[in-house]
Write a protein that binds this ligand. Structure first.
Ligand code: ZN
Length: 302
């Protein structure tokens, strides 16, 4: 349910309070939240191998990831028992979260063959979005495993705003009127997205180098996540967040690590070449932009 309808309902409830019996505690508040969960920024994950299926301690990463989702979800249900929550697995092959160990009250999307990738399932009916376990954009020297989409991308700009995965996903949410209320990840991701989105943030680790991290204990991270989810929900209930609106059309500029990628992409009508490593495309909407970007970095190999 959208907040303006909640406000209207609250006003009507006040007017009718003398006529109707009191409603159950949770019936005044119904909320719909979308959670996208990546892996690089999860607490306790401090090496590249932990993010790769088949890598050392990947199974432990899956447990930490699942527990972080459950920590956020528990904090939501504690405040709003009737909450409607959709979790979208958003790392690698999008088959990481241990479904059987998730809170059974939520819905969960698994599998990566989906055109909207990390934001699959998100639509304008949601009141807010939460990004868990995120990382900084490609090229951030202070980021842990910083990248944008895949290793073949050096940079991405939407209407001249440089974004990583978090910014791109937030722009998609913003085009639907949905604000990002909470982001967790390494210190560079928290700084990048806290500044761009004005979201509440939880810092799970700090990069020692681009592929090693100084970690906060997973228990500490989960405690912070529960606390900050409460803070974010309080702020959301007073309309304290603004969706990231980039407007339309959306100019995409994408810079790759190889000239081959750019040459192959010239087969797409409307795609132009800015320089040997960079393409440009004018998308009519953020929805079109998102689908094309995902196609370019994930499903086109060069
Ligand atoms: Zn990832």
């Amino acid at each position: 349910m959208k907040l303006h309808s909640l406000v209207l309902k609250a006003c009507l409830f006040t007017l009718c309070a003398c006529l109707a019996p009191p409603a159950p505690a949770d019936s005044q508040e119904s909320i719909k939240l979308f959670i996208s969960v990546d892996l690089e920024g999860i607490g306790g994950v401090g090496s590249p191998l932990m993010t790769s299926s088949g890598g050392k301690d990947y199974g432990t990463s899956r447990q930490y990831m699942t527990q972080e989702v459950n920590a956020v979800v528990a904090a939501i249900f504690e405040r709003i028992p009737s909450a409607d929550i959709l979790v979208n697995d958003s790392h690698g092959d999008h088959q990481n979260v241990l479904h059987g160990e998730l809170d059974p009250r939520i819905s969960y999307i698994q599998g990566s063959i989906k055109p909207l990738g990390m934001v699959q399932g998100l639509d304008s009916s949601f009141d807010g979005a939460i990004f868990i376990g995120y990382h900084a954009k490609a090229g951030d020297p202070d980021g842990f495993l910083a990248h944008t989409g895949s290793g073949s991308v050096k940079g991405l700009w939407l209407n001249d705003v440089e974004v990583g995965e978090g910014g791109m996903n937030a722009a998609f949410a913003g085009s639907l009127g949905v604000p990002v209320i909470l982001v967790s990840g390494d210190s560079a991701a928290a700084a990048e997205l806290g500044q761009l989105l004005g979201s509440e943030t939880v810092t799970t680790k700090t990069a020692e180098t681009p592929s090693s991290a100084r970690l906060r204990h997973p228990d500490v991270v989960r405690t912070m996540l529960r606390e900050m989810t409460g803070v974010a929900l309080d702020r959301l209930s007073s309309n304290g967040f603004s969706p990231l609106e980039l407007g339309s059309p959306v100019e995409i500029k994408m810079r790759f690590t190889s000239t081959t990628h750019v040459d192959v992409l010239q087969s797409i009508p409307g795609m132009s070449k800015v320089d040997g490593y960079t393409v440009r495309y004018m998308a009519r909407s953020m929805d079109e932009a998102y689908r094309l970007i995902r196609l370019m970095y994930r499903f086109v190999s060069a």
